[in-house]
Design a protein around this ligand. Structure first.
Ligand code: TXA
Ligand code: MG
Length: 352
């Protein structure tokens, strides 16, 4: 299969010319389309079409018990898909949608179990990207969309990443530029009381608590450094985000972290990659046999989330054999960053 990449301007997207008409037809007849969202690129299909949804699992090599998020374009669509909307869920979506927040509610019967991985609950979000919103609106359908990477690979934050993973496997990719956030949406489960965060993201725990009060956090997200408990979101238990090389996180007192990484890099006979903040780059720059990748400023975690997956993919491009990454605190967006890094490293952390 030939994969066609179609450029669409995210400031002023339209699905009314010849190229884009093809995309709408593809979705309506049950084909897959890679499309940008504000978090990461999604691999979209008609969420209500059992056969179309099954193609997503095959294309990604995704385990079938790992449910998909339904993407919607307005509140009426939410009402049409779930049995009830708790007051706190309404409050949260009123202030944060469209945006990087996914909520879990009880599904109506007509949503196929292939979409929800056999669960009676469904994950829903309204993305803050005009291309995706217009696509959903023009199709008039909720779109199931996991991240548009091969299962296990870092999530794609550009159309090129989608092309790298899925060329020849899917018919269309919409290129709408780089994603704004770079990590996937925060997931909050409203089928339990208090609501529970199943995946951390750019909408942080303090932001949620400011709007709806107390939230629980899936215990496995706290224990995840130790890999001791099973997460509630099925997808969170799988190995993820992994570059080909071995990644080690070095966590602890900043000066200890720097000297430990220098030590490890100097004693290695492999091609070493070091992932660090801009502020730390100068400490590693003169090491031989080392390529330094800066993630952004330690004082602006948003720059780090935005570059994280892109940098993990670069490790492969530069044929890095072993990578050391500075750890981050678990506060604010740090929780989402550490969650992704720890999975990318296969829970390989050194405390110093
Ligand atoms: O930002 C995002 O959320 C991106 C973009 C494309 O929207 N999507 C995304 O989808 O990250 P995916 O499939 O890579 O991750 C969905 C996560 C998985 O961990 C899955 O297990 C969980 O959501 N999930 C989906 N439905 C669920 C449900 N009913 N109960 C618990 N977890 C659920
Ligand atoms: Mg994913």
């Amino acid at each position: 299969m030939q994969t066609k990449v179609i450029q669409i301007n995210k400031e002023n997207p339209s699905f009314e010319n010849v190229d884009t008409e093809e995309i709408i037809k593809a979705i309506q007849k049950g084909d897959l389309v890679g499309c940008p969202t504000e978090t990461v690129y999604g691999l979209c299909a008609n969420a209500l079409d059992d056969e179309a949804v099954k193609k997503i699992y095959v294309a990604k090599g995704r385990p079938s018990d790992n449910p998909l998020i339904l993407h919607i374009c307005d509140y009426d669509m939410l009402v049409s898909l779930v049995t009830n909307i708790p007051e706190n869920a309404k409050k949260l979506v009123d202030s944060l949608w469209p945006g990087p927040l996914t909520i879990i509610l009880n599904k109506k019967d007509f949503i196929p179990y292939s979409t929800t991985g056999g669960l009676d609950t469904v994950a829903i979000r309204m993305p803050n990207n005009n291309i995706m919103l217009n696509l959903i609106k023009t199709c008039g359908l909720p779109l199931a969309a996991p991240s548009a990477n091969l299962s296990g690979k870092p999530s794609p934050t550009s159309a090129n990443h989608v092309y790298e993973d899925l060329q020849g496997i899917i018919p269309y990719i919409i290129d709408g530029g780089d994603c704004d956030y770079g990590v996937e949406s925060t997931i909050v489960d409203f089928t339990v009381t208090p609501p529970m965060v199943l995946r951390p993201g750019s909408i942080t725990i303090p932001m949620l608590e400011k709007i709806i009060g107390e939230v629980d956090i899936d215990k496995s997200l706290i224990d995840f450094a130790f890999n001791t408990s099973t997460p509630k979101a099925p997808g969170m238990k799988y190995k993820h985000y992994s570059p080909l090389c071995k990644v080690t996180i070095v966590q602890g007192i900043p000066s200890n972290v720097t000297s430990k990484i220098i030590n490890l890099a100097q004693s290695s006979n492999k091609t070493v990659g070091i992932l660090c903040t801009n502020e730390k780059e100068r400490f590693y720059d003169s090491l031989s046999n080392v390529k330094v990748f800066t993630l952004g400023s330690s004082t602006d975690l948003k720059t780090i989330t935005k570059s994280l997956f892109k940098t993990l993919r670069l490790l492969d491009e530069y044929k890095i054999e072993i990578a050391y990454c500075e750890g981050f605190s678990y506060d604010d967006e740090g929780l989402a960053i550490m969650n992704r890094l720890i999975k990318a490293s296969g829970h390989n952390i050194i405390e110093v």
